[in-house]
Design a protein. Structure first.
Length: 460
């Protein structure tokens, strides 16, 4: 996924109309085709590109810069969760303890530096939630609209928070006023319509760019087909091999299991236990969150936060079922769950609450250290990164490359090759290629990277 995100970001440029694509292919007749990926808002990928611009020509530093950007978004998400928690509970120790524990899960800490739009979208979701809290407490509506637009530019997941907030707000307005006219004038409905228009505008820009690049009917656009597929409207045969995972009972059990895993700091999960069933904890935390919403002074805010993950996972069933990193958007459940726990501890005594927050900090740090060891990422000594740095230095930009082998095996993933050789074209045959890329030693061609270890560059 990180290679995918980097490939999309590296190709963003005015020259290509800021299209989001993985790679360019040059046909034998000279025509250019794009492997397009216009499904997401452009905001996150633009920021990834901006973070890597100072390091053009240095693959290692580009990857490091993009990972640091993701960690920055992750920290900012936790910070705005704290700001919201402090406003809602009035207690900084409660907010700090709840946030640290909620952000200590396997899913949060394993994917906190994944280079894509998901971590920025997590920030966007909690940034918008903070806007909701300020709106409910102080009536400041414009700041909520601004945060909504900014959040949507980072990811669609923000809509899963806005939908219940708008729905519950309109129902409350109808209950209090008994008037449809009052609902039509309510700020909740204005917010919902504003978010819908922003989302449609972003999607329209994406699809228009794709249409201009491919010049095919709307229904034939790859992104349009992908949208239909994610909502279960694709060709039936494409789902057959996944039928077991798409059954509602299996899907609900898996989502409950993921929500449960989000409520357990990673350091407390026995080593090697990844697929252990935590369904019971997921359901318990969800019920606890809904009960907290019922008794809370801010019912709409709490309920919207708790249910946002469900409002995302269930409509996007055909997407989230295969991507466990989407579990980070259940963040509202552990945030409320641990807030309730912290409030209970705080009633015992303030020193105990301070100790609770201190213990949460140690748990967070311990979980992060353990997961960093599990990741084992060392960009500096990565053989593929070093090999492709040599290759990129020799090739430059704007050349045509023939890959002698499988993209998936030659670069770790298709998108890795797209990132490493961004700005170049690929060819399905060696006939018109400027360079040949291969994992095999081939004496028929001139070897240009004799110092490489796994991937070699040749001159035809």
């Amino acid at each position: 996924m990180s290679a995918h995100g980097m490939a999309i970001a590296q190709h963003l440029s005015p020259k290509h109309g800021f299209l989001m694509f993985n790679r360019m292919t040059r046909g034998e007749d000279g025509t250019i085709q794009y492997d397009l990926y216009n499904r997401f808002p452009i905001g996150s990928f633009s920021l990834i590109r901006l973070s890597t611009l100072p390091f053009d020509g240095n693959l290692k530093m580009q990857i490091s810069a993009a990972r640091m950007l993701m960690l920055g978004f992750f920290a900012a998400a936790a910070l705005f969760a704290y700001f919201s928690g402090f406003r809602l509970t009035g207690n900084g120790w409660v907010a700090a303890g709840a946030v640290l524990l909620a952000f200590s899960s396997y899913y949060c800490l394993y994917y906190d530096d994944m280079i894509f739009n998901d971590v920025p979208a997590l920030f966007g979701l909690l940034f918008v939630f903070h806007g909701m809290v300020v709106f409910v407490q102080e009536g400041r509506f414009v700041q909520l609209l601004v945060k909504t637009a900014a959040g949507l530019l980072l990811g669609w997941q923000v809509l899963a928070l806005l939908l219940p907030f708008t729905l519950f707000g309109c129902v409350r307005e109808l209950y209090l006023s008994r008037s449809i006219r009052s609902v039509l004038k309510s700020r909740y409905l204005v917010l919902g319509l504003f978010a819908l228009l922003c989302g449609l505008a972003i999607l329209a820009v994406n699809l228009t760019g794709e249409y201009l690049a491919l010049d095919v009917p709307l229904t034939k656009l790859p992104s349009f087909g992908s949208i239909l597929w994610r909502f279960g409207q694709g060709p039936p045969e494409t789902y057959e091999s996944y039928a077991k995972y798409l059954r509602w009972k299996h899907f609900m059990d898996e989502q409950a299991n993921r929500a449960g895993r989000m409520c357990i700091p990673h350091i407390f999960v026995p080593q090697g236990v990844i697929h252990r069933q935590f369904r019971w904890l997921g359901w318990l935390a969800l019920l606890c969150g809904l009960a907290a919403a019922f008794f809370s002074r801010h019912k709409i805010l709490t309920a919207s936060l708790v249910l946002s993950g469900i409002f995302w996972a269930f409509p996007m069933k055909y997407f989230v079922v295969f991507h466990d990193f989407q579990s980070i958007f259940f963040i509202g459940i552990p945030l409320v769950f641990f807030s309730v726990l912290a409030l209970f501890v705080g009633k015992l005594s303030k020193p105990i609450l301070v100790g609770f927050a201190g213990a949460a900090f140690l748990i967070f740090i311990s979980s992060q250290i353990h997961l960093n060891d599990l990741k084992g990422v060392d960009i500096g000594t990565n053989v593929l990164t070093a090999d492709f740095q040599h290759i990129a230095d020799r090739i430059g930009k704007g050349k045509t490359i023939f890959v002698d082998g499988n993209y998936f095996t030659i670069g770790g993933a298709t998108h890795a090759v797209g990132f490493y050789l961004a700005g170049n074209y690929f060819s399905s045959t060696p006939k018109n290629a400027d360079f040949i890329l291969s994992e095999q030693k081939n004496k028929e061609f001139e070897l240009l990277t004799p110092g490489n270890k796994r991937v070699f560059l040749y001159k035809p």
